[in-house]
Ligand binder design. Structure first.
Ligand SMILES: [Zn+2]
Length: 277
């Protein structure tokens, strides 16, 4: 039984000065192989189910599937409903075994974000689950623009909600395909003076590898989300495998070969955030 909560894992990470990878998953195979990669280096991970994933596969399927994977694993695994703006959906996730939820009120007015995040925290308490929230807006490459997190508002937000983790906007952007971004470290240190919970960076794929390592070691950032980078590696390996094996057609056979190739990258991503290892 190794299903763990965000709060449990991020507190260990903070005291030992490292960050966990929040790996975005789309189904059984990527979840299974990310767990395998993490087991090989004996590091906990977070498996995150975002809006695209749950549009494709219902929460009622994803929740028990990830719970089973966590229970059979040799490492601690956090299962997180990512970017939910809907309390009913959060409740469905908790009913279906998710250990943690991210309530995303970042596009709402401050007071509405505070009010609904407080409701998410109350709800999660009934399940012993954790809550991540977002203040400021982490934008999307080619999509909505970012709005940086203001430290004073973050202080007010955290005091009112007492969330377990806070996602911040400090130059990070979702869906970036190049690892070229550097976040504003001065802003990170201002925010961490006012907010006493672990901080989270979404859009980790677009941030320079060396800076991710530095942030994990030197700041209160204890969770860094990675989605795009691993999807890119999946696409590259899938194309290569199909071109080199034109007669193979079995789904399980194809995906097992492709995901075995992704394990080394997954391990590198996790270990880059582990200066202690
Ligand atoms: Zn995100």
């Amino acid at each position: 039984m190794t299903l763990s909560t965000l709060s449990q894992e991020l507190h260990v990470a903070r005291s030992k000065r490292y960050a966990l990878a929040g790996l975005v998953i789309l189904g059984w195979e990527d979840a299974k192989y990310y767990v395998k990669a993490a087991e090989e280096i004996n590091c906990p991970i977070i498996l995150q189910v975002g809006p695209n994933c749950r549009e494709n596969t219902p929460i009622e399927i994803m929740g028990p599937m990830l719970k089973k994977l966590a229970e059979d694993a040799s490492i601690n695994i956090v299962t997180l409903l990512d970017h939910s703006t809907n309390l009913k959906e959060c409740e469905r996730a908790l009913d279906n075994g998710f250990s943690s939820i991210m309530f995303d009120g970042s596009n709402m007015e401050l007071n509405e974000n505070i009010d609904l995040t407080c409701k998410a925290v109350e709800l999660a308490k009934n399940y012993g689950a954790s809550v991540e929230a977002e203040l400021g807006v982490v934008g999307y490459d080619q999509g909505i623009k970012s709005k940086f997190t203001e430290p004073k508002l973050a202080q007010k937000f955290y005091a009112a909600t007492q969330v377990d983790a806070l996602a911040i906007s400090v130059g990070n952007t979702h869906l970036e395909q190049e690892k070229a971004t550097e976040v504003d470290t001065k802003l990170v240190s201002q925010i961490e003076k006012f907010v006493k919970c672990p901080l989270v960076i979404h859009g980790g794929s677009g941030i320079k590898t060396t800076q991710l390592h530095w942030l994990a070691k030197n700041t209160a950032i204890c969770k860094i989300n990675i989605g795009t980078q691993l999807r890119q590696v999946f696409g590259e390996n899938l194309r290569e495998y199909l071109l080199n094996n034109p007669t193979i057609f079995d789904r399980i056979e194809i995906l097992s070969h492709v995901y075995e190739k992704i394990i080394p990258t997954t391990k590198k991503i996790i270990l880059n955030l582990r200066p202690d290892k």
